[in-house]
Design a protein around this ligand. Structure first.
Ligand code: CTP
Ligand code: MN
Ligand code: MN
Length: 502
């Protein structure tokens, strides 16, 4: 059994705003910010409930702002409440829970924020436009704000919008505006899940995660076929340069920015600059740039699967190899091919990757290898930050793939007569009892993973990462041998890998 680490006892200090009045109270649920609607409730009951919630470690905001996560109202009349809420000029209203007082009383009784259930929700009822007898289109409120509750296949019917939003997200990322970046990515992800193309702005009404800015972009595209803001970004020198530099394997936004500030604008600028020292990864990135910036096809992924499977079998016949990442989600093309390998014998998985690498080297197909030994330690708390790397043994490779091993032939450039190409491959080797978590974590998509973790935290008081699932209030780890076990622990309907293209 895994032990709860001591760090869990650490509690956040209340922010000054919550500490006024009757002395300081400990904040236990930093992720949840309540706002109690005074209408119907009345001022004195509102003050009483506010004190009650604070005494139990909840944050209660006096003012309704975009940082509020749970709006609680005693006014069950949805239309007037929603009209009032819409007039508050909130950007994040679609992401907030608008709840009946029953959620509040349940939470006070339990001494923690209980999971939001449908019976708690005060749902927005869209008014029927005058003169229109048919009811409004499918209730957008039935679409969850969490990607892990939306089935998203590779068939994106709103690519024209999502491509634009992803440019905006990336531009925010280059400018270190993480909040805005995430908002655009969330909006794009919601649009990807829709069963049909958005043809009128009204069709987006009530959709979660679509802010003012996103709506304006959608409207512009609907009217003009493109967004001027996106066009401006695409022709911006800084954006173009950072996009170019970060397309090199081993070059992240930080390095790209550094090169840009030195006045470098092209690969030849970088390579000719005496002050720039490339690490081994970046050197390989430049060396194989043409090949690895070209998409990998499904047939190529299959061929690599065969090569790696053969290596694994030769080393440990009872090892288990599985395709993961985008190809497991059913994508036709990827930027790399991801595999997960594990062994029934605990501890054996730590030596298998170096052996696979050694074998490929002997076969003459290893063009680059970055092996990272396991730093996995069961006493480590599941991380709050998705971006944090996991601790399993893993390697980032560039392999030489021969054309005669690929059924459909290589996805090489027109006029390229070589009989081979370079391909990026990732391998991760978790211990068998962590396999389900690692598989779920490496299958992606990134947005799906982010929302799984956010859902676990916000709705279930659980922490999820590539290693484990931890129940914060019960202070225990929940075991899983399959992905289905993890969805079940989270109280989520199971999603097939091909439905996780959020
Ligand atoms: N991942 C991770 N830790 C890493 C790298 C990746 O957990 N150090 C996970 C991410 O959840 C990601 C998945 O592995 O979703 C696959 O990563 P990546 O290959 O970058 O993305 P894909 O979804 O496979 O997309 P592509 O087809 O472009 O490769
Ligand atoms: Mn991948
Ligand atoms: Mn990868």
């Amino acid at each position: 059994m895994l032990r709860a680490p001591a760090v869990l006892g650490v509690r956040k200090r209340p922010r000054p705003a919550e500490a006024g009045g009757a002395g300081r109270q400990e904040v236990k649920f930093g992720d949840v910010r309540l706002y109690l609607v005074e209408r119907k409730m009345g001022l004195s009951r509102r003050s009483f409930l506010t004190r009650l919630a604070r005494s139990k470690g909840f944050i209660v905001d006096e003012a309704l702002s975009d940082t509020v996560t749970h709006v609680v109202s005693e006014d069950r009349e949805a239309s007037s409440l929603w009209t009032w809420l819409r007039q508050r000029a909130l950007k994040d209203l679609p992401g907030m829970h608008v709840l009946d007082i029953s959620w509040f009383t349940d939470s006070m009784r339990e001494g923690r924020p209980v999971a939001v259930e449908t019976r708690h929700l005060i749902q927005d009822t869209l008014p029927t436009p005058p003169g229109c007898s048919t009811p409004p289109p499918a209730p957008a409120s039935s679409i969850s704000q969490y990607a892990c509750q939306r089935r998203t296949t590779t068939e994106n019917r709103n690519r024209i919008f999502t491509d634009a939003l992803e440019v905006l997200a990336e531009s925010c990322e280059f400018n270190e505006m993480e909040g805005r970046c995430l908002a655009f990515r969330r909006a794009a992800s919601v649009l990807k899940s829709l069963p049909a193309a958005v043809q009128r702005l009204e069709a987006t009404r009530g959709l979660p995660c679509l802010g003012e800015h996103t709506r304006a972009v959608i409207e512009e595209i609907l009217q003009c076929g493109h967004s001027f803001e996106v066009r401006k970004i695409l022709s911006d020198e800084r954006y173009q340069t950072l996009k170019l530099f970060t397309s090199v394997f081993g070059v992240g936004p930080k390095t790209a920015e550094k090169w840009y500030r030195r006045g470098l604008r092209s690969f030849s600028d970088v390579l000719a600059e005496p002050g720039v020292r490339l690490n081994r990864m970046q050197q390989s990135g430049f060396l194989h740039y043409g090949d690895i910036s070209r998409a990998v096809s499904k047939a190529e992924a299959r061929a690599l699967g065969n090569i790696i499977d053969e290596a694994v079998r030769a080393i440990t016949p009872d090892a288990q190899l599985a395709l993961t990442g985008g190809f497991r989600r059913g994508k036709e093309f990827g930027h790399d091919v991801d595999f997960i390998v594990t062994t029934p014998e605990q501890g054996r998985e730590e030596t298998i990757l170096p052996q696979i690498i050694q074998r490929m080297k002997k076969q003459g197909i290893l063009l680059y290898s970055d092996y990272q030994a396991s730093t996995f330690d069961v006493s480590k708390l599941p991380s709050h930050r998705f971006e944090a790397m996991d601790h399993f043994a893993k390697c980032f490779l560039i392999l030489r793939l021969e054309g005669n091993q690929v059924d459909a032939g290589l996805n090489n450039a027109e006029g390229d007569s070589r009989s081979w190409r370079a391909v990026r491959v990732d391998l991760v080797a978790p211990p068998m009892d962590r396999y389900a978590f690692a598989l779920l974590g490496w299958t992606g998509s990134r947005q799906f993973e982010r929302d799984l973790r956010r859902f676990a935290r916000m709705e279930r008081q659980m922490l999820l990462d590539n290693h484990a699932l931890y129940h914060k209030t019960k202070k225990e780890f929940l075991a899983a041998t399959t992905e289905k076990d993890i969805f079940a622990h989270l109280g989520l309907e199971y999603m097939e890998p091909w439905q996780r293209n959020a």
